[in-house]
Design a protein around this ligand. Structure first.
Ligand SMILES: Cc1cc2nc3c(=O)[nH]c(=O)nc-3n(C[C@H](O)[C@H](O)[C@H](O)COP(=O)(O)OP(=O)(O)OC[C@H]3O[C@@H](n4cnc5c(N)ncnc54)[C@H](O)[C@@H]3O)c2cc1C
Length: 256
């Protein structure tokens, strides 16, 4: 079975975001595999071990992303592909999805796994866009997947409820929290990862020009959310609290 994982390098979720000169300042920040993509990698490895085949992890990034690709290889993926987009001036979800789909359309694909959302950009667009460009089925926010022949039986999270879907392969799925417990790379895994194939492709390799992948959107402004004001705790008799609450909602919050 040919299994592909689309993986994004993101800020560590512990990082405090700062803005400098109208841009998110990533100097000195720690980077990690997008946490939802760790679920995707884990599930890909489990499916490969059950059904045989190969797991290829693909990322759009720069040479710095090799570190996260090596981590994915140390977890147990077989191959890694870095699509280097250093030379592209402005990128957005259209750009990333176009680069990924251009690479994937020439591969024999059974399943593509990605994250439900990236914890930095957070649009949740890349997976569904890739599936659309490839003309294959897509199922988002999955919490369970099993394969039977060329059918996938998938359970997806629908805002706290569950939906079970049966699709014919090839399919692109995006991982939701709860799909599995991603493994940590073991020491032998880390040693083996150093020798596993990691191929870098650029626009030329994909027969693309810069204008084919330039972003369609423009960031107009980047700003931090307004600081939260301290809350107010009401005290005293419950009836008096209710009266005060109603009065505050009318006079201060002006919502009723
Ligand atoms: C080198 C580089 C330069 C960039 N330059 C700009 C810029 O100039 N302006 C700007 O606004 N944005 C820029 N971006 C950000 C980029 O446009 C978005 O982060 C990207 O399109 C993903 O969107 P998202 O974060 O909303 O991901 P989502 O759509 O929320 O991600 C969902 C899932 O899609 C997959 N995915 C997402 N991104 C990637 C990826 N890069 N590779 C593989 N799989 C992925 C993962 O499985 C992920 O879990 C750049 C990104 C990179 C890597």
């Amino acid at each position: 079975m040919n299994i592909f994982v689309i993986m994004k390098r993101t800020f560590d979720t512990e990082e405090k975001i700062a803005i400098k000169a109208g841009q998110v300042d990533d100097s000195g920040a720690e980077f990690i595999i997008n946490p939802y993509d760790e679920y995707a990698i884990e599930e890909a490895i489990v499916l490969r071990d059950q059904h045989c085949g190969e797991v290829t992890v693909v990322t759009v990034g720069t040479e710095e992303t090799e570190k996260e690709l090596r981590t994915a290889l140390a977890m147990g993926a077989d191959k890694a592909i870095l699509i280097d987009c250093e030379e592209v001036e402005s990128m957005d979800q259209f750009s990333t999805a176009t680069l990924l789909a251009t690479y994937l359309k020439d591969q024999e694909v059974d399943i593509i796994l990605g994250g439900n959302v990236a914890v930095d950009g957070g649009s949740g667009q890349v997976g569904p866009r890739v599936a659309e460009l490839l003309g294959i089925a897509q199922v988002t926010t999955i919490t369970k997947i099993s394969i039977d022949g060329n059918q996938a039986i998938i359970v997806r999270d629908v805002e706290g409820d569950e939906e079970t879907i049966e699709v014919t392969l090839p399919v692109l799925v995006t991982a939701q929290q709860g799909l599995n417990e991603p493994r940590y790379p073991s020491l032998p895994g880390i040693m083996k990862a150093k020798k596993k194939p990691l191929e870098t492709l650029d626009l030329d390799d994909l027969d693309l020009e810069e204008e084919d992948v330039e972003g369609k959107t423009k960031t107009v402004e980047v700003f931090l959310p307004a600081e939260k004001q301290a809350g107010k705790i009401l005290e005293g008799e419950i009836n008096a609290q209710v009266q005060e609450l109603v009065s505050l909602l009318k006079t201060e919050a002006k919502v009723i």
